[in-house]
Design a protein around this ligand. Structure first.
Ligand SMILES: C[S@@+](CC[C@H](N)C(=O)[O-])C[C@H]1O[C@@H](n2cnc3c(N)ncnc32)[C@H](O)[C@@H]1O
Length: 311
């Protein structure tokens, strides 16, 4: 997509979401260069257990993971961000011949890919800037080998039931019959542990949540005032998910490309869902496409890394 097309599609999605009775914004717009850096800071927080738990699972089981992945692996990672967890695989496994990081946050993606190519000269690094919620062209010439889609970070929890189906379809296509899917899935657990992870005491998650407005202002020349919104993260027991909102603390209007959007005091913009699953729930969700062959977890059973093969 060209920059003009990207702007047009952002405008449509932003106005579409803000004109709904429950105002919402697509969570992918958290991520520009600043948003990607803020997310990295979140992953270092004491309260944010998912990253350190998943890293520990990867480190402790890297040999066994390598055996499941097989030989001459082409690792494809949608939403690769800092590729921090992938480094654990690249450093410890000799069977990865190519790595294709895919991310919407282009500048950040290409910087990380350059660093990786320097660190791992023997591995072919082929970055791809794309939006994985839309159909995207994989590389024209994909490196040869067994395609393994790596999707850590429980990013799968950000999808709704209908969009997760679409995404799983895409992954099944990429992996093809001979490939595999290695995915990090956050598990249901004590409510307070979840709430603390999304309401950190340093306010980094709040800054990350508000960055969506800053990003939209920059691209669409809108005039969101960040101080008029507060961060909120709540647990929805029925849906099994953390929901993030920006709550308006003072009635006002925002101008976006000639359209005016009114906000009441106390009105909320929904910015992200993070679904948590039990192992059975997740295996049921992927069952039309994949069979879960192996699950690695931590000692608290807070997080899981799962190896799936196409059915
Ligand atoms: C929660 S972070 C996870 C990063 C990394 N995979 C990890 O596990 O730490 C999500 C990443 O996905 C990217 N992302 C979010 N929505 C996207 C989309 N629709 N298409 C492509 N990348 C997206 C973000 O830029 C960010 O780098």
């Amino acid at each position: 997509m060209t920059k003009v097309e990207q702007r047009k599609s952002m405008l449509e999605e932003v106005l579409g979401g803000l004109n709904d009775p429950q105002k919402s914004l697509p969570s992918k717009y958290f991520y520009d260069e600043r948003g990607s850096k803020l997310f990295d800071e979140i992953t270092q927080l004491e309260e944010y257990y998912p990253t350190r738990t998943e890293r520990k699972i990867l480190k402790q089981n890297v040999e066994s993971i390598g055996q499941y992945l097989g030989e001459k692996v082409v690792l494809i990672e949608p939403g690769s961000g800092s590729s921090d967890k992938t480094r654990i695989l690249l450093e410890n496994l000799s069977n990865v011949s190519a790595y294709v990081p895919i991310d919407i946050s282009g500048e950040y993606l290409f910087n990380v890919a350059n660093e990786l190519q320097n660190e791992f000269p023997e591995i072919k690094i082929e970055p791809l800037q794309a939006d994985y919620t839309r159909s995207f062209e994989l590389l024209e010439v994909m490196p040869d080998g067994r395609r393994v889609v790596f999707f850590p970070g429980s990013t799968v929890g950000n999808f709704e039931r209908d969009t997760v189906d679409r995404f799983l379809n895409v992954v099944a296509d990429i992996a093809s019959q001979t490939g595999a899917f290695l995915i990090g899935v956050d598990l249901k657990k004590d409510r307070q542990v979840l709430l603390d992870a999304y309401n950190d005491s340093k306010g980094i998650t709040a800054a990350f949540n508000k960055n969506i407005l800053r990003h939209i202002n920059r691209i669409l020349a809108s005039d969101f005032s960040l101080s008029r919104f507060d961060h909120e993260a709540v647990w929805n027991e029925e849906e099994g998910r953390i929901e993030m909102y920006l709550i308006c603390n003072e009635a006002h209007e925002v101008a976006i490309n000639g359209t005016t959007i009114a906000f009441e005091e106390g009105e909320r913009i929904h910015t992200e869902n993070s679904h948590k699953y039990t192992l059975d729930e997740f295996s049921e969700i992927v069952s039309p496409w994949f069979e879960v062959k192996k699950v690695w977890t931590d000692e608290n059973n807070w997080f899981s890394l799962q190896y799936l093969e196409p059915k």
